[in-house]
Design a protein around this ligand. Structure first.
Ligand SMILES: Cc1cc2nc3c(=O)[nH]c(=O)nc-3n(C[C@H](O)[C@H](O)[C@H](O)COP(=O)(O)O)c2cc1C
Length: 398
């Protein structure tokens, strides 16, 4: 199988088969190209009935192949040459028919033949009517494919083109592209167990009111995705946010800092790396009213007490994981971050200006470790997260 630490441009073969979801393949091609991935389309004859090869050709800038006997290739062996020129094959959509062919080693058209002759990983995104999906023969074929190391992506459940509702919808283009981007990331934390906290906490005052903060969770979720892309087994402990769970991670949802501490305590003995990206409330009300506090008189006083310090707890364990903290400050960023790293006795801290980063899709990070200061210039949070994972992988040696 092809090596995934790639020095050349990333190259993908996008195989389209005969299903309504073929229209989504055009969007997959567009998104992959935006990410600088070279896309070679190959279509079955049926796929060409659903979308025109010209669309894929225009989007990818590549000749579209669909004929086993295509003589545009000098040695007439499209089925070998095309698959040798790519790092990965994605079949999207994969029809029930094509899945059956793959599972049984059929090679009676170009796409099935080059899949059989491939020397690279194969991802398959099924798309079909729910009865076709549930049919024992389709399920049997999928079991065979999984056993052969083929990665099956989805399908999802929902409304179908035929008017029925159920399992069989192809995953959305963005979801499939995320998986492919993940495949192309270097596996810097292969099989490492990483625990990440993200988002704000919510500290109840009464039955309906509470204290929280403006953390969106975007940084922590990006780190979870970047760690997963790097091959880690990721557990994400998340405060209340409006974000989709990153693909392929275990997520634990919590509300308060106390809940987060309980979840961290439960998970931490099994992890190699702990990244504390959550904006944990420093204080909580001394007394929580079970009922809504009524408006009597003009003012009320709220007594606040300290919340547990989760990062300090993790770093203070007799055998702590490699701990990474975050410092979100509104002033004296560098001094406060350096002091926090020393106080918490952690090897790495990521500092960011709270007013610039909270809620934003981008951030500027300054990392502090034993060697000093490392500036990560302003970039989307997923890019910063990948840079952070890269930095952690250099420091973490076990
Ligand atoms: C309008 C229409 C829609 C179809 N949609 C699907 C589909 O979503 N999934 C599927 O597995 N087959 C679907 N089929 C059946 C396949 O196109 C058919 O099995 C074909 O032989 C698949 O060829 P291929 O696997 O070589 O691409 C559809 C057929 C028609 C006529």
């Amino acid at each position: 199988m092809a090596n995934t630490s790639l020095l050349h441009a990333k190259r993908l073969l996008l195989g389209l088969t005969g299903g309504i979801a073929a229209y989504k393949a055009a969007e997959i091609a567009r998104l992959l190209i935006q990410e600088n991935i070279d896309v070679q389309p190959v279509m079955t004859k049926s796929a060409c009935r659903f979308v025109g090869p010209a669309t894929l050709q225009a989007l990818t800038g590549k000749m579209v192949f669909s004929d086993l006997w295509d003589d545009r290739i000098a040695n007439n062996m499209a089925h070998i040459n095309i698959s040798r020129d790519v790092d990965v094959i994605l079949i999207a959509p994969a029809s029930a028919d094509f899945i059956a062919k793959l599972a049984n080693g059929f090679a009676n058209d170009l796409l099935s033949t080059l899949c059989l002759a491939r020397d690279c990983p194969l991802f398959v995104a099924p798309a079909m009517n729910r009865q076709m999906w549930e049919n024992p023969s389709t399920q049997r074929n999928l079991t065979l494919l999984r056993r052969d190391g083929v990665i099956i992506l989805g399908p999802a459940e929902g409304a179908q083109a035929c008017g029925e509702t159920g399992m069989g919808r192809m995953l959305e283009a963005q979801e499939l592209v995320k998986v492919i981007l993940s495949f192309f990331q270097p596996k810097l934390l292969q099989n490492k167990r990483v625990l990440i906290t993200a988002g704000p906490t919510y500290e109840a005052i009464d039955a309906i009111r509470g204290i929280t903060n403006l953390s969106s969770g975007k940084m922590g979720y990006s780190i979870a995705r970047a760690a997963q892309e790097a091959g880690a087994k990721v557990t994400l402990i998340s405060g209340p946010v409006c974000l989709e769970s990153p693909f392929g991670i275990t997520q634990i949802n919590i509300v308060s800092a106390q809940d987060m501490l309980v979840a961290v305590k439960k998970e931490i003995s099994n992890v190699d790396i702990f990244i504390s990206a959550a904006a944990v409330a420093d204080f909580l009300p001394a007394k929580i009213s079970n009922q809504k506090i009524k408006k009597v008189g003009k003012n009320i006083s709220l007594k606040l007490v300290s919340n547990p310090d989760i990062l300090e707890y993790a770093a203070g364990l007799s055998k702590p994981p490699f701990c990474v903290g975050f410092a979100a400050e509104t002033e004296n960023l560098e001094k406060n971050a350096k002091d926090k790293r020393i106080k918490k006795k952690i090897p790495l801290i990521a500092a960011n200006l709270a007013q610039d980063t909270i809620g934003s899709d981008e951030s500027t990070l300054i990392l502090f470790d034993d060697k000093g200061k490392h500036l990560l210039h302003k970039a989307p949070k997923i890019v910063q997260a990948r840079r952070l994972i890269n930095h952690i992988s250099l420091l973490y040696k076990k």
